[in-house]
Design a protein around this ligand. Structure first.
Ligand code: SF4
Length: 433
């Protein structure tokens, strides 16, 4: 078999931390979850054991790895990492690597296609197996443990689960519409194996990162039964309408919180972006999550073409009034091959040429009402409002009250020890027999 190394972007210099990117810069006491493992690469490694993977290396580690000699080096990356990946690809070619592959969302950019010998669009296990002359009978879910820290630093492990991958909705801004438009369930037996691994290693909380949990309804129901059978608590990513529809049942089966797209409070904007949600539904969902003491994590976008700095400022106040535990705020960003890309390109012009700015924190197109720099400032204002001084005390009180009500402080206390499974070197690729 060809010698294949799959890797990610080099860390620069620290690991990416989603919670750091979605909080005011000044905030030190916040959630932390440094990205130390690549979920996509671990799926590939689990299902194609002949591959080698290298996750978020330092530049020195990457150069050293290249010296081992590879037939293929493949890069898994996101759009904003493109420049750095192109430099890594050049280095690999100079080191004599015959083929360079690209995968993950960053590989969907047509203008950089000529840099790759193969592009894997979507979840790539089967396509890669085919390319390597292999076959995959059943997809296996790898153990994916991450170290999550509460404000103040207390760590505990989260077991990441993908129960189905892809989404059948057609939101105009979302690259999943191109990457994986048909949701595909991960086999239940494989999920059971990984859940058993989590329980056996003191991991009591699952983070379900499906693009849209519940999009394959019968499978989602079987999954929550499975989680309940193993006594796992879980936080789930899904749509507001699905969460509201299944709220009581999911809460009765161990749901500890939800992550959901708000996107906008303006019904005309939700219609434009084909979100298919009612603006007022968010308030109902957040009210129910707070009432039950469950974690509430919302995704919000500023800078749609019809918005102005004043309208955005007013909506950010509405957003802050929801008192979410975590608020992600992003600037409207066109991603290649989405409907939004075409609309913004033809209607206003995409002006930015530096891919690093397509990180959803910068304005990269010609906005009709918001001058350059204004959305970046509004982003900071929004974070300041959502993480005002009372935020820390509020999330701690909610968290502790819930743990007490669940008689569940011990699993969090023990979490500091079990969080060691979040160390990439300790976390196995393969499950024990
Ligand atoms: S529902 Fe979520 S994952 Fe699905 S297309 Fe819309 S934004 Fe993307």
């Amino acid at each position: 078999m060809a010698r294949v190394l799959l890797t990610t972007v080099c860390r620069e210099p620290a690991f990416y931390d989603y919670f750091g990117e979605n909080a005011p810069r000044r905030l030190r006491w916040r959630f932390r979850m440094p990205r130390r493992i690549s979920f996509g690469l671990r799926f590939l490694r689990q299902n194609l054991p002949g591959l080698e993977i290298l996750e978020y290396p330092t530049p020195q580690e990457f150069s050293k790895a290249l010296k081992k000699g590879w037939d293929v080096v493949g890069f898994s990356f996101y759009l904003e990492e493109t420049n750095r990946i192109l430099r890594m690809a050049e280095e690999a070619r100079r080191a004599g690597v015959a083929e360079i592959w690209a995968g993950n969302y960053g590989a969907l950019t047509p203008s950089i296609e000529s840099n790759w010998d193969a592009v894997f669009s979507g979840y790539g296990e089967e396509a890669m197996a085919q390319r390597l002359g292999q076959a995959i009978d059943h997809l296996h879910h790898p153990p994916l443990v991450v170290k999550f820290s509460l404000p103040g630093g207390w760590p505990f492990p989260l077991g990441v689960l993908f129960t189905a991958r892809g989404c059948s909705f057609q939101c105009t801004f979302c690259q999943t519409t191109v990457f994986a438009p048909k949701p595909k369930a991960i086999p239940l037996e494989s999920l059971e194996t990984v859940i058993r691994f989590y329980r056996g290693h003191g991991v009591h909380y699952a983070l379900i990162l499906d693009e849209n949990f519940g999009n394959v309804p019968h499978h989602a129901e079987a999954v929550i039964d499975l989680l309940a059978r193993y006594g796992m608590k879980w936080v789930v990513q899904s749509r507001v309408d699905l969460l509201l529809k299944r709220f009581d049942d999911w809460a009765a089966h161990g749901m500890e919180g939800a992550m959901f797209g708000i996107e906008s409070f303006q019904q005309d904007v939700l219609k434009q972006i084909r979100k298919g949600e009612k603006a007022e539904a968010v308030e109902e969902l957040v009210g129910r999550l707070h009432r039950d003491g469950l974690y509430a994590h919302g995704y919000y976008i500023i800078g749609f073409p019809s918005e102005t700095p004043d309208s955005i400022r007013a909506d950010l106040k509405t957003l802050a009034a929801l008192k979410l535990d975590t608020t992600q705020i992003t600037v409207v960003t066109p991603h290649p091959q989405t409907q939004l890309w075409n609309e913004l390109k033809s209607g206003y012009g995409i002006t930015e040429t530096d891919w690093a700015k397509f990180d959803t924190k910068h304005l990269v197109w010609q906005h009709p009402n918001c001058p350059p720099g204004s959305l970046e400032s509004l982003l900071e204002e929004g974070f300041e409002l959502c993480y005002a001084n009372e935020w820390r005390g509020r999330v701690w009180r909610k968290f502790l009250a819930r743990r007490r009500a669940q008689h569940d402080l011990s699993s969090v206390l023990a979490g500091a020890l079990q969080a060691r499974w979040g160390d990439p070197k300790r976390l196995p690729y393969f499950l024990p027999a």
